[in-house]
Design a protein around this ligand. Structure first.
Ligand code: DGL
Length: 293
């Protein structure tokens, strides 16, 4: 269903109860494709509509206000395309914008709309991954600054000590396909050393950024063997499948034709070219403008 079919009442958009559409997946750019890959794996019948805000990426170094504003525009755009459920695949957007969007904006965007993030699927099960009860979180400046992981994990498991480390050079390195060699090894070692100095008893490290799975093998090889490294991209798919089975009223609104479509706010040819690195297969994208709702 398109926005035109929504009923405008007292300034509120009320959407028809029987609206169906793809699951929207929002990211600042390419990285969320690593999460989308996991979602498609666990929900192969569902339709997905991916939106990468490549024109304004990266979000990691930006202010809270900026990340919130851009993310809200992305969510509105996906709702306008008929999505009832939007997943923020981006950790920075999930950390900085999700709560405000859920609490402040969603009530005005439609009673049957939902926005989920990638923090919860990771945080609610961290206890299963650690014996020492000391874990490490690696993310962008925005994610680490927000302290969202610290706050969320404390809620579920106050006994777990969480150490954080921002890795601002990793996103640009991945985007420039610098996945091996002395340059990237230097920056991988630099941030890992800093994390392990803060938490010498860490036995589990979580990659809380969409780009980091591409550095997984390198990171794995640079930490001591007794420390496990977990890629979030693998954790989100099963959790979303469980969420939908617990919420049939949301699942009812999801189209199931196994169709996956892609939108980008920047040049679509560039997106198609670079996206293969993150998604592992060729795809076609459409360029969209988020300012035009
Ligand atoms: N998608 C972002 C994240 O997961 C990384 C890229 C960016 O900084 O925009 O935090």
């Amino acid at each position: 269903m398109l926005v035109e079919e929504a009923i405008l009442l007292n300034g509120l958009f009320l959407f028809k109860m029987n609206e169906t559409g793809p699951i929207g997946v929002f990211d600042s750019g390419y990285g969320g494709l690593t999460v989308l890959k996991g979602l498609v794996k666990y929900l192969p019948e569902h339709d997905f509509l991916y939106l990468g805000d490549n024109a304004r990426a990266p979000y990691g170094p930006r202010s809270f206000e900026c990340i919130y504003e851009f993310t809200l525009q992305g969510v509105k755009h996906l709702f306008g395309q008929g999505c009832s459920l939007v997943v923020l695949a981006c950790n920075t957007a999930s950390s900085e914008a999700l709560r405000t969007i859920q609490q402040k904006d969603l009530p005005y965007l439609g009673a049957y709309k939902r926005v989920l993030g990638v923090l919860r699927p990771t945080t609610e099960s961290v206890l299963d991954y650690t014996q020492t009860k000391e874990i490490g979180i690696l993310g962008t400046y925005g994610t680490i600054r927000s302290k969202s992981y610290l706050i969320e994990i404390k809620k579920f498991f106050p006994q777990i000590e969480v150490h954080q480390q921002a890795c601002p050079m990793w996103v640009p390195l991945v985007e420039n396909v610098e996945l091996s060699g002395s340059g990237v090894v230097y920056f991988v070692d630099k941030y890992l050393k800093s994390l392990l100095q803060k938490g010498p008893n860490i036995d589990a490290i979580f990659l809380a950024c969409t780009h980091y799975p591409l550095l997984y093998n390198l990171i794995r090889g640079r930490v001591p063997k007794h420390i496990n490294v977990y890629s979030q991209a693998e954790m989100v798919g099963p959790k979303l499948a469980t969420y939908l089975s617990r919420h049939p009223e949301i699942d009812m609104k999801c189209l199931k034709n196994s169709k996956v479509s892609f939108m980008t706010t920047d040049d679509s040819e560039n997106f198609e070219c670079q996206a293969q690195l993150f998604y592992g297969q060729t795809l076609q994208a459409q360029q969209v403008n988020l300012d035009v709702q």
